[in-house]
Structures are given as C-alpha cells and as structure tokens.
Design a binder for this molecule. Sequence first.
Ligand code: ATP
Ligand code: MG
Length: 313
Amino acid sequence: MSDARTIHRTDLDLSLVHRGKVRDVYRVDASTLLMVASDRVSAFDVVLPQPIPHKGEVLTLLTAWWLEQLESMLAHHLIAVHPDRIVERVPLLEASRDVWARRAMLVRETDPVLVECVVRGYLSGSAWKEYRATGTLAGEPLPEGLRESERIDPAIFSPATKAQKGEHDENITFDRMSGIVGDELAERLRDLSMRVYAYGRDVAEAKDILLADTKFEFGHRDGELLLIDEVLTPDSSRFWPCEAYVVGRSQPSLDKQPIRDFLETLDWDKTPPPPDLPDEVVGAASERYREVFHRLTGTELDAYEPPVFGDDR
Ligand SMILES: Nc1ncnc2c1ncn2[C@@H]1O[C@H](COP(=O)(O)OP(=O)(O)OP(=O)(O)O)[C@@H](O)[C@H]1O
Ligand SMILES: [Mg+2]
C-alpha cells in the first residue's frame, strides 16, 4: 500500500552522488546506484518550495510500469523497484524504508551518453519556438503553415545537449549529435528512441492521452547500451488530455496545469527565489499526478504492486 509521507529531501545511510532537481542518487556499490525520486517539483528549472504528495511515487512506478513492457524492445538499467527486493539486496535500507519505498529504483550505474534523446510528435515548447522563428525543427525544414501543437507525422527526433547545473538544455541538430557521440551511436539512439516513443504514443492514445513529446537518456555499462533514468513520465514528457486538445494554441498539461495556472497569476521573473504554492494548488497538482498514473495504467496508484525484474523474478 502507498504510504502517505511526502518527501522533499532524503538523507539515507548511503553516500549521496547527486542531488538533482527531483532525484537524490546514492551509491550502493561499485556498479549500483539507488535513485530516489523525491516529491520536489520544478517550474522553469527552479525547484518550488512545496513538495507535491505522491509525485515521486508516480514517477518511479510509472517508469517501472513502462520498463516492464519495454523489456523485449531494449535493455534498461532497472534492477529492482519492489521495496522487498530492494531490501533483500541492500539490507541496511530496511530502517529507512518508509522514506524511500515505492519511490526508489535500484539501477545499474552507467556512463551516461551526454545527449538527451528527445522525440516530438506534436509541435510544442522549444520546437514550436524554433519552427516559428526558422521553419525548422532540430535544424531540418518542416512543411510550411503548421500551427502550434499540430501533430507531426512521422514524429521527429530532436536531440539536446545535457545542461550543466543552472543552465537550460540546448536543442542540437542530428549532425551535431553525430559529431558528439559518433555516427553509429547517434543512429542507434535515434532508432531506439523513435521505437519507444511510438510504443508509448500508441499506449497513451488508447487511454485518451496525447504523448506530445518525451526525452530519453541512455548510458553504457560493460559494453551494453541501456535505457536509463526515468521513462515516459510526466516529468520527462508532455502528456495532454485528448478531450482538451485544440490545434493553434498551447495545451493544458495533464499534470502541471494547476501549478502553471497559479504561477501565471504572479509577477515572478522565473529566477530564484521561487514563490510558495498555496495548499489548494499543491493538492490539485497531487491529484493530477495520481490521475496520470491511473489513466495510463488503469490501476489506482495505491493499489499498484510494483513489478519484479530480472534475477528476482
Ligand atoms: N543508470 C544510470 N547511471 C548513471 N546515471 C544515471 C542513471 N540513470 C539516471 N542517471 C542520471 O541521474 C540523474 C537523475 O537526477 P535528476 O533527474 O534529479 O537530475 P537531472 O536530470 O540531472 O537534473 P538537475 O540536476 O538539473 O536537476 C540524471 O543526471 C541522470 O542522467
Ligand atoms: Mg532528470
């Protein structure tokens, strides 16, 4: 069952290797990391003061839900997500279980590829900005006359460099990506990303959710290429409710709309310090994250039993 604790920041009895905007990442041993998704939420790359209850749980369990289905398509980094399986492998975590259960993933540590693999099936965000300015996406010309949020078929691979702390990702062309990672790897990453996106888009569409775009990360371990990080979550993707979709304007976000709407009412310059979120906004956002989970998986978050992977099966 879901425990109701809301976690802004964790302090586990392991060595912390990275505290990102959302995840606290710990070293377990020479080849294994524990990635804990907190309930932190960011807007315009600034972490907001109030955590969103259940957000970390949704990110982690949705990633697990997708990876279980994707196993025949590609290799991934997830070793264990079921709390019992994690404790079996890392017994010292038993004591802090209520802090990390259902929000932690035990993963194979990789050398991350330094390019974010973005796939876009709808013209939105920075892609719409680029198209409006130059008629291109990822440097490639698109047909004239497309409108904001219009579906792009086939979807387009539009890589980005991984931003350093405090900076924003930068969209790059496929040629530039090839220059960074080599032709062969660039093509392989494009092919895998397009296939996973197509799968995700079809599954989401059957649940009346448009997967407008998404970002994948990959890494190498022992000569193997693995899908890493979070997969097809509200934080790595734009999910739009089908029923509200109208071409020619920006779309409401299935998960973050209450936060966006609230921030719109303020005169905030999008740099730290961020404003406080009122309780109603926090509650509405939490409800939205749970709704994304329920709509996609068909299971209420609280009733969802995390899957068992690999050797533990
Ligand atoms: N299997 C893995 N091996 C190595 N690194 C990984 C693996 N899976 C995910 N990561 C990295 O762990 C980090 C996850 O942390 P998080 O998503 O919170 O931060 P972030 O995306 O780096 O953003 P920021 O630090 O700007 O908030 C990412 O940098 C991601 O690339
Ligand atoms: Mg991240």
